[in-house]
Design a protein around this ligand. Structure first.
Ligand SMILES: Nc1ncnc2c1ncn2[C@@H]1O[C@H](COP(=O)(O)OP(=O)(O)O)[C@@H](O)[C@H]1O
Ligand SMILES: [Mg+2]
Length: 263
């Protein structure tokens, strides 16, 4: 059997008394979209932060392509082929769309998005490397991002999300972590993210798609993991997940008193 791109085993993270992620195990294979759903506060972002190296798990192990990632900083996660977008987009607003995307190319080999890197990117963009520009143009066009030499201050939230996806795509990752990529997007943004996921899958990359909206995730994912109160309570096909008593309980509240309450 193929090695999963991502293998999390019994991963936990607490913040004080809150068990944000509670003994979660999951795998993602190449070319697979794993939907990660659950109501607000279920632990989705914390789990993505643990995988991406922004947070360290208290216990458990995380392997990417068979190599241990547990406790590694986000730089190591990137070098091991993980790229991500953030629930609150992390974009340098004082730079252009193109400059922000070139950061993705530079981040293939470097870790920090600090001031020095910004200078470097400005230098590279200024030098007008045609190879880089072409690659950025191709990805931007695939996502429907237009006029990419404008400042990011002019972008809608939906466009900022597309930019983050584009930057992550340029890193040529093995696994892409998309945290709430549809939130705040209009119809154009949503269709751009859909095209982006198709584009990501073409390269054989795996995807973790996080959203509290189960219907949109079910329309794109091959498999869905449902989190509630930090624990994984279901893992299966979208059809099985939507029909499961766990989904009914978590999202619609049934008589077992465990309902988390959807947004
Ligand atoms: N940095 C933090 N400090 C304290 N509590 C946190 C922190 N991050 C998340 N939490 C708590 O952990 C739980 C899971 O949060 P989160 O992972 O953001 O959930 P989701 O992304 O599913 O909405 C929530 O109860 C949240 O308040
Ligand atoms: Mg979240």
């Amino acid at each position: 059997m193929a090695t999963p791109i991502l293998d999390c085993r019994d991963v936990s993270k607490a913040f004080g008394a809150v068990r944000a992620v509670d003994t979660v195990s999951l795998t993602v294979y190449a070319g697979e979209v794993l939907g990660l759903v659950g109501p607000n506060g279920a632990g989705k972002t914390t789990l993505v932060d643990l995988i991406g190296g922004e947070q360290r798990p208290d216990t458990g192990t995380i392997h990417a392509a068979g190599r241990p990632l547990t406790g590694a900083p986000s730089r190591r996660a990137r070098l091991n082929g993980l790229a991500r977008t953030f629930q609150h987009p992390q974009v340098a607003l004082d730079m252009t769309v193109r400059e922000n995307m070139i950061v993705g190319l530079v981040a293939r080999s470097m870790g920090s998005l600090g001031g020095m890197l910004r200078q470097l990117v400005r230098g590279m963009a200024g030098a007008g490397d045609p190879g880089l520009d072409l690659e950025v143009d191709r990805v931007a066009a695939a996502l429907g991002l237009e006029a990419i030499d404008r400042s990011c201050m002019e972008l809608t939230l939906g466009e900022l999300r597309l930019l983050e996806v584009g930057r992550a795509l340029l890193m040529k990752p093995a696994l892409m972590l998309l945290d709430e990529p549809f939130a705040g997007s209009d119809a154009r943004g949503v269709s751009g993210i859909r095209s982006a996921i198709a584009e990501i899958l073409k390269s054989g990359c795996g995807v973790i798609l996080v959203d509290h909206n189960v219907d949109i995730v079910a329309s794109l994912a091959h498999r869905i993991a449902l989190l509630n109160l930090g624990a994984k309570v279901f893992d299966g096909s979208p059809g099985e997940c939507l029909a499961s008593p766990e989904m009914q309980s978590v999202y619609f509240g049934s008589d077992d008193g465990q309902a988390g309450g959807a947004e």
